[in-house]
Design a protein around this ligand. Sequence first.
Ligand SMILES: NC(=O)c1ccc[n+]([C@@H]2O[C@H](COP(=O)([O-])OP(=O)(O)OC[C@H]3O[C@@H](n4cnc5c(N)ncnc54)[C@H](OP(=O)(O)O)[C@@H]3O)[C@@H](O)[C@H]2O)c1
Length: 347
Amino acid sequence: MNGTALTVHQIARPYGFPTAEHFAFVESPLPEPAAGEALVENLYWSVDPYHREMMDEVPGGFPLHAPLEGRTLGRVVASRTPRLAEGEILFHRQGWRTHTVVTPEEVRRLPRFDGVPWTAYLSVLGGTGLTAYVGLTRIARLQEGEDLFVSAAAGGVGTATGRFARLLGAGRLVGSAGSAAKAGYLVREVGYDAAFDYHDGPVADLLGAVAPDGVDVFVDNVGGEQLAAAVRALREFGRIVRIGTISQYNTPDAPPPRFDYADIVEKSLRMEGFLVSNYRDLQEELYEFAVPHLQSGRLAPDETVVDGFEHIVDAFLGMLHGRNTGKIIVRERTEAPCGTGTRTPVS
Ligand SMILES: NC(=O)c1ccc[n+]([C@@H]2O[C@H](COP(=O)([O-])OP(=O)(O)OC[C@H]3O[C@@H](n4cnc5c(N)ncnc54)[C@H](OP(=O)(O)O)[C@@H]3O)[C@@H](O)[C@H]2O)c1
């Protein structure tokens, strides 16, 4: 096969926020599949906060001057194995590149559900949705009627958490986000009862205003001041679901949050973190829960879709600066817009 492939490499380690200078687009001839392999043309890419963590010199982090990895959907365009049919769309982890060669062991086949767009396999039905689902059902063990506070509520995990919590019978749902527009979106579109912009003052005061009687569960995507404020606002037997710490990924000199440890004892609080990679066995359960709601329209994927692989680095950097609403996904320009869902253009 003739043609060229583009691959993104990390070429330097950032201190604080990364910039486009930390990446390079590298051109090469299209890779050739060997016997037992297939050539995949990638169509949809997920860029995620964990990529920022992997940009640092950490165990398992990205090596410099090598192709990056990430969750991706691609179409088989040439196959030298009967186990991967040409035309099939697959999930794999060799992202940040236009083309890749895969073996059947390296890919996951995606079930097709009527009316469900491909992007949903990277948002509500993908690792993002699974994180929200595990957080609510296995870590918080959410009970009907319980009140929640969610940080980074307008992001991928945050919007999925809000929508799933509603479907699971949550009580009052409050969230924080980085702008008034996002706070409005949470209430208008996602089903939050109230939301605030965390820039508007001390988070303890802002949270106290929207949840004056406290909350039962805090789903934390952010850490820092928001975590400290939530410890104070949680009721007896409250749970803190530690999902991520994005407030610290780009600010290595920021002090860790300070909260009153006595609250953990006196209110019998439980704080538990988890990695979604340890809950892959719940993927089918997520489909069973979410797909009927997607098909009935009770659940919509919140997504910011960026067109064109050449914008993948900008999309990633934009997400770190809060320019996404819902899950950020990069789409190959030739892919026709498909399916339903709430789509926000990237600014
Ligand atoms: N434990 C796991 O297995 C797992 C799996 C997936 C994701 N995560 C974690 O979950 C969190 C959310 O991930 P996601 O994929 O859904 O990303 P996301 O929320 O869609 O995007 C990141 C968002 O973080 C917010 N943000 C950036 N800097 C911030 C700061 N200093 N303080 C508060 N908010 C800030 C921005 O929104 P604003 O405009 O609101 O600031 C941005 O849109 C991340 O911490 C991620 O590492 C963990």
